[in-house]
Structure formats: structure tokens, C-alpha cells
Design a protein around this ligand. Sequence first.
Ligand code: ZN
Length: 133
Amino acid sequence: MKISHIEHIGIAVNSLEEAIPYYEKVLGLKCYAVEEVADQKVKTAFFKVGQTKIELLESTDPEGPIGKFIEKKGVGVHHLAFAVENVNEALKDVEASGVQLIDKTGRKGAEGLNIGFLHPKSTLGVLTELCSE
Ligand code: ZN
């Protein structure tokens, strides 16, 4: 597997409405997209920082993955996403290395990317996402 760069950093927030002004007014970044990903039960907001994006995640359902994460750990950094050429092949490679996967094959994520998650139990506590165009 070859990682080209950090595609984005996912950050769990209580509310996009409350979080976006911090990123725009204090950090001077520009929110260029807000998108709901219904099957993940989140609303996302994106900012570009060079080649890397910040993905803010607001839960739309307390039983969804972000709702549960915030309940357990509070708001803050949720996951790291690496850009790879082909998610399905990269998932196979890491699985062959003994890493436990959340997604056996890629699925559709925000921005039309093909994404797959590795289990934080196998990644030293960092929820890790692989994504490709
Ligand atoms: Zn992500």
C-alpha cells in the first residue's frame, strides 16, 4: 500500500453552526461544502488546508457512530484519513498484515470518495480511514 498524503482529519463537533465560525473567523479557513451522509448519520463541513482537508462531523442521531463517539470521548479529533490509490487493494494489504478492518471493502463516503475504516484496536487507538477517488 502506498499513501500519498493525509486526505483529511475528521473532527467530531456538537454543532456545525457553532464550529464553522471558529474555523472561518479564528483560523481563517473557508468552508467550501456542507454535506449530509445519511448512512453515517452525520452532517459534514469541509475546509481545505493545502492538500489536506478538515472534515467536521456533526451527529444527526445519538445512536450513530459520531453520536456514540461524543458520548464516550467528547468532542475532538475523531479519525485520520489517508489517501491511497485504490481503497479495496489497500484494505486487502492491511488485512494481510493482521490489521482488523471495520470495512472489508470500500464504500461511498462524503465527497464521492471510496472509503474504508481500520479498527482502532489494531491501529494504536487512532481510528484510521483509507480513501481514494
Ligand atoms: Zn473521514
